[in-house]
Design a protein around this ligand. Structure first.
Ligand code: 3PY
Ligand code: MG
Length: 259
């Protein structure tokens, strides 16, 4: 069974850099994955991507040696079960606000006795790791990456209780939702000192509980700064935002009349 290199990087205290995929298309997923990110998250929370398109995207990412991950729309057994059976190597669970919700995510992600994930031999999960179902059943708990999102100021205040739940690999800050919950203009970067303080609180709680801290960023400059602060599961924007940035910049240079 193929080992999940992101688990190894995070366990060794090293950064793992990925990006978000919001365009529901296996060809673009494959093209971005081939660029050399450590992981790719297919975002099914804030996009219209359904399970069949997500599965084709996992296949495309895996086909070029990438680590296919997914953000589910909400923390439910059904959502986690279906994407893991479809071959995702890791799950990002949005908007975790309590220790009970974190424990539920662990239950849906891990086979017994560590959790309550349902077992079936027929899905493509084992093939996604280049193995057979029995080996997958025995090893999946060690290779599947579970990332919970803390992105509400109330959850930040409860960070110690949430992060001490056993079985979490990483905790990913959603800066947009976090800033909105603090009454700030939603966005990845903020000048507000309270916002940076909340980010520091999560990072330090992660370190206390052996969970890799993570955060979404909108540029390499901020991403590098977050890595220097100790963040490990770090995301560089999304493929659709990169596309729009490039198109916008070139469109702005177009001269509709001769100069
Ligand atoms: C947020 O910024 O709220 C996110 O969830 C980023 O992924
Ligand atoms: Mg969010």
């Amino acid at each position: 069974m193929r080992a999940n290199p992101v688990k190894r990087l995070l366990r060794d205290g090293r950064p793992a850099v990925g990006t978000w995929l919001n365009i529901g298309n296996p060809i673009t997923a494959e093209a971005v994955a081939a660029l050399g990110f450590d992981w790719l998250v297919v975002d099914t929370e804030h996009s219209p991507i359904g399970i069949e398109t997500a599965t084709a995207m996992f296949q495309a990412i895996g086909g070029v040696g990438g680590v296919p991950m997914v953000r589910i729309p909400a923390n439910t057994e059904e959502n986690v079960k279906r994407v893991l059976d479809a071959g995702a190597w890791g799950v990002v669970v949005p908007m975790v606000r309590t220790a009970e919700e974190a424990a539920a995510a662990v239950d849906w992600c891990r086979y017994p006795p560590a959790g309550k994930r349902s077992m079936a031999g027929s899905p493509r999960h084992a093939r996604a790791f280049g193995t057979d179902p029995q080996t997958y059943f025995a090893r999946a708990n060690d290779e599947i990456l579970l990332v919970i999102q803390l992105e509400d100021i109330e959850a930040v205040r409860r960070a110690d209780a949430i992060l001490k739940v056993p079985g979490l690999d990483a905790c990913f800050i959603g800066p947009t939702d976090l800033s909105a919950s603090m009454g700030l203009k939603p966005g990845y970067e903020q000048k507000d000192p309270g916002f940076e303080e909340a980010i520091r609180m999560v990072r330090e709680a992660c370190k206390r509980h052996g969970v890799a801290p993570g955060i979404h960023t909108g540029s390499a400059a901020v991403l590098n700064q977050r890595i220097a602060e100790g963040f490990q599961f770090v995301a560089l924007w999304s493929e659709v935002n990169f596309m729009l940035q490039a198109v916008r910049a070139e469109l702005a240079k177009v001269q509709r009349r001769p100069a």
